[in-house]
Write a protein that binds this ligand. Sequence first.
Ligand SMILES: C[S@@+](CC[C@H](N)C(=O)[O-])C[C@H]1O[C@@H](n2cnc3c(N)ncnc32)[C@H](O)[C@@H]1O
Length: 211
Amino acid sequence: MTNPDSGPFGDAAATWNRRFEGDGFLFGIEPNVWLKEHVDAWPAGGRILCVADGEGRNSVWLARQGFVVDAFDIAHVGVAKARRLAAENGVSVNFTVADCDSYPWTESAYDGVAAIFVQFADPALRQRLFRRMAASLRTGGALILQGYTPKQLEYGTGGPPFLSHLYTAEMLRAAFSEMEIVELSEYEANVNEGSGHKGRSALIGMVARRR
Ligand SMILES: C[S@@+](CC[C@H](N)C(=O)[O-])C[C@H]1O[C@@H](n2cnc3c(N)ncnc32)[C@H](O)[C@@H]1O
């Protein structure tokens, strides 16, 4: 069985393209709550990169707030829907179809990076991804990250069913030890993000700033 979050263990592009088929939005069209609540970490009008942005709910909302937004995702079906969502909202986002290893990352370029539920990455891929995300921030730029903790395996209301893909506070502190951890919180909440993330969930959120 191919798992939708299997990343390097399966054909991630084909799996996610299939998941994004149809008119609906798997994770809805509202921005992620952790992102919305922490967006003040970024300067008004700043340049933001949305990593694995899916169907565009976060990038389009950020563009609507006045940010200058680049976004990429491996799934061309998701990116096509994101482009339509941007057009319908009258905003412009610079979308790219790419996997996170082949995306043309720019170093020290962004005021902010949004990494919202990018837990497709196994530990090796995650190490490369996290390093590139941190390097793409300019000094003083901030990463806003949201994911699930291991307790989410009990809830099963979203995210990959692989312990090795989930985050703990300790893991994130170690991975971003060169950055200033502004906020790091493990918490539970009732999530209502389309049909993809729905119900009681074990979450982790982080805001970290590049020194
Ligand atoms: C759980 S979804 C989250 C989407 C979006 N960040 C959001 O919060 O709505 C995970 C996303 O990762 C993308 N993805 C999976 N593997 C990827 C890879 N290797 N490189 C880039 N994107 C990938 C999928 O296409 C999917 O859009």
